[in-house]
Design a protein around this ligand. Structure first.
Ligand code: ABF
Length: 226
């Protein structure tokens, strides 16, 4: 299903486009399908990535010569990214894989944003099944977690990983930590800005400002646009 979605999204890419590469397994499928289009249709593109992981994927499938650092481009024509949860009115929850900060930098600037997701990720309210990821300054994680829980309730925990054989905080591509916050109920989209108002918060996985995104979903019957 991820490849069906990825193939459909790859059809949107035009010659000469500056393309934002999302992160996660669905975005990686897109990178593979884009590589096929570049190979088979002789397409020339410029690629900016939202994570080291996606950059490595692009290099692995032969797209390395098209990669550019973010600072080298003056626009992003189209970005293709995944999501952990999404609603019909295009509120997205992202960051399960930890890359939401650069995803937001790229996705919010793209002239066209395409979100590709399997249909089970469509939910009535956010969050439904996942906590809300919040990227924080490492030194401030405890204070930020306390502030959030005091103000809105729920539970906020530091994301840890078994990295290099040692259990410790997960460090993002930007050198920060992530809090996973389970609020007591559904969130208001205004929370995206309110969270950013807390000193020490860098960015969250709440994406409420791309109501114009093209959303492609897939189930066993195929791909359809939301
Ligand atoms: C990315 O896609 C992340 O923000 C999100 O966590 C993820 C979804 O991953 P997957 O496609 O592997 O389900 O954009």
């Amino acid at each position: 299903m991820k490849h069906l979605l990825a193939r459909k999204a790859a059809e949107y890419i035009r010659e000469g486009s500056i393309v934002g590469l999302g992160s996660g397994s669905t975005a990686k499928a897109f990178i593979e399908e884009l590589a096929k289009r570049v190979r088979e249709d002789g397409l020339t593109v410029t690629l900016v990535s939202t994570s080291v992981d996606s950059e490595l994927k692009a290099a692995e499938v032969g797209l390395d010569k098209y990669l550019a650092p973010l600072w080298a481009v003056d626009r992003i024509d189209i970005a293709v990214d995944g999501a952990d949860e999404l609603t019909r009115d295009r509120l997205f929850l992202k960051g399960g894989g930890g890359a939401m900060f650069r995803e937001k930098v790229v996705d919010y600037r793209a002239s066209t944003l395409i979100i590709i997701a399997e249909s089970h990720k469509l939910v009535d309210r956010i969050p439904a099944r996942h906590p809300i990821p919040i990227e924080v300054l490492p030194a401030a994680w405890r204070l930020v977690a306390d502030d959030i829980v005091k103000r809105w309730g729920g539970k906020a925990v530091l994301r840890v990983c078994q990295c290099g054989g040692k259990l410790g905080p997960l460090v993002t591509d930007n050198g920060n930590y992530i809090l996973d916050w389970a609020p007591p109920g559904p969130i208001d989209p205004a929370l995206e800005d309110e969270l950013r108002g807390i000193p020490g918060v860098i960015e969250s996985g709440i994406f409420s400002k791309r109501r114009d995104a093209v959303v492609l979903l897939a189930d066993e019957r195929g791909v359809f646009e939301l």
